[in-house]
Write a protein that binds this ligand. Structure first.
Ligand SMILES: [Zn+2]
Ligand SMILES: [Zn+2]
Length: 221
């Protein structure tokens, strides 16, 4: 069995300078760097902002025209929503729901809000801040969590996951804010993922795997 045909290598957590003030990378450089790293696609997840689908499609067309990525490169948009959990700031990646989401909701309420609107939600770097950003993160009604992230101490996450084995879709994420963050932790999606609906379905089915492909550069933002 050829694993290249079984899985799509997708970077699911990326910020660009277009809509995330903390990011230094342009949307075109993000696409170019990801394609060069051998990825099949990426998801832009700006802080509390969703790319307009027409704008995203124009970006993709331009990247293809400039030969920065192949025509079948997958470019999706979700967003990283700021919430609160146990009195602390928490971040979660939301996919498949394009309407308004209030910033700063309680994390449990946010999970329910997204599910009521047919979206899926993945906890971002729950073990950041010495493993304590989202206390008892496995108890939240989310669809998944980042198992690998360049933005958390991964051994902590591994220990917790081994111990509690949550029924989560586990992600690997670079949480890209600059070019050198690209190509370290990714998420493997099933080969049949082509559309945003497929992407959401794969997460809902927990048919994804975290994957480590390179030397880590941990960064905390
Ligand atoms: Zn974050
Ligand atoms: Zn992020």
């Amino acid at each position: 069995m050829n694993p290249e045909k079984e899985w799509k290598r997708i970077s699911p957590h990326n910020h660009t300078a277009a809509y995330s003030g903390c990011s230094e990378i342009s949307p075109l450089n993000l696409i170019a760097g990801s394609a060069q790293a051998g990825l099949h696609g990426l998801i832009v997840t700006e802080h509390n902002h969703l790319w307009d689908s027409e704008e995203l499609s124009q970006l993709k067309q331009r990247a293809v025209r400039e030969k920065l990525c192949p025509p079948d490169f997958l470019l999706f948009a979700g967003r990283e929503v700021t919430a609160t959990a146990g009195g602390k700031t928490a971040h979660a990646l939301v996919f498949g729901y394009n309407g308004n989401i209030p910033v700063g909701m309680d994390l449990t309420a946010l999970c329910n809000y997204v599910h009521d609107r047919n979206g899926v939600i993945v906890l971002a770097h729950p073990c950041r801040n010495s493993g304590r950003q989202i206390e008892r993160f496995w108890e939240y009604p989310a669809d998944g969590a980042e198992f690998y992230s360049q933005n958390q101490q991964n051994p902590v996450m591994k220990q917790l996951t081994a111990r509690y084995r949550p029924n989560f879709a586990l992600f690997g994420s670079d949480d890209v804010h600059k070019e050198e963050h690209i190509g370290h932790f990714i998420t493997l999606f099933p080969y049949w993922v082509r559309t945003e609906e497929d992407l959401v379905e794969a997460i809902r089915l927990r048919s994804v795997r975290p994957h480590e492909i390179g030397k880590k550069i941990y960064h905390i933002q």
